[in-house]
Design a protein around this ligand. Structure first.
Ligand SMILES: C[S@@+](CC[C@H](N)C(=O)[O-])C[C@H]1O[C@@H](n2cnc3c(N)ncnc32)[C@H](O)[C@@H]1O
Length: 225
């Protein structure tokens, strides 16, 4: 992809999400896409934690309004979470939401920062789990994002990626036709390509599952050795 096309894709996404931050949580898409993804993350994280039983750090990239970070901060797990998003408006909304839900409790378990998923501003091996939901299709260089995620994961860490499943007719119409027209300049990769991204970046034990009949979502997990 040319540098101009890359810049266009990012500028478009940033503009859309800056504008959407205030009303994002009231969107009907929460019911169909965002909540099911957050619920699946909690299931995946529970599975990871049950096998290890130790404090852990999560990075949620393209975190939007911070719903997952809020759920993690409210969980009984010994977890701290960083939410990162390209849109400042999303990060502001996320910080306010977590602070409001905490009602006086300390909120240092969850913090938010602005950044680009292609250039993660974190040291190597800083996180136990990296999550990314409904954001990956906005990234011009998806392979580079997956490489970066592998870099910031600790040995034994896990990447959980959730995005539109476009490998059946319902998913193809939903994501490659409808969402593509609405959002413009996005790319929902097929499972075979996502699998290759993870293999190339050095992930092992790569698994996938599908959520939802309508608005199908693909959950992909990979482990960092
Ligand atoms: C549909 S929202 C999903 C938010 C959240 N993960 C959820 O499931 O509710 C997509 C998010 O990805 C963010 N995003 C898009 N491109 C990005 C990039 N290059 N780096 C970081 N975040 C990005 C957008 O700003 C937006 O908040």
């Amino acid at each position: 992809m040319s540098q101009t096309a890359t810049a266009d894709m990012k500028t478009l996404a940033k503009g859309q999400f800056e504008a959407w931050a205030g009303s994002y949580d009231r969107s009907p898409l929460n019911h169909f896409l965002f909540r099911p993804a957050h619920t699946a993350f909690m299931e995946e994280i529970a599975r990871w934690y049950d096998e290890r039983r130790r404090p852990f750090r999560v990075l949620d990239i393209g975190c939007g309004t911070g719903t997952l970070a809020g759920w993690l901060a409210d969980s009984p797990w010994p977890v701290s979470v960083v939410g990162m998003d390209y849109a400042e408006g999303m990060c502001r909304k996320a910080s306010a939401k977590v602070a409001q839900n905490a009602r006086g409790r300390t909120t240092d378990q969850a913090r938010f920062t602005t950044g680009d998923s292609e250039r993660l501003p974190f040291h190597d091996g800083s996180f136990d789990i990296v999550t990314c939901s409904n954001s990956f299709h906005h990234y011009p260089d998806q392979q580079s994002v997956v490489r970066n995620i592998r870099r910031v994961l600790k040995p034994g860490g896990r990447f959980v990626l959730i995005d539109g499943f476009r490998d059946n007719i319902i998913g193809w119409v939903t994501f490659d036709v409808v969402i593509d027209r609405v959002e413009g300049n996005v790319h929902h990769a097929p499972w075979s390509v996502i699998h290759e991204y993870l293999v190339t970046a050095g992930f092992t034990a790569i698994r996938r599952r599908k959520l939802n009949f309508w608005f199908p979502l693909l959950v992909t997990t990979g482990d960092a050795e």
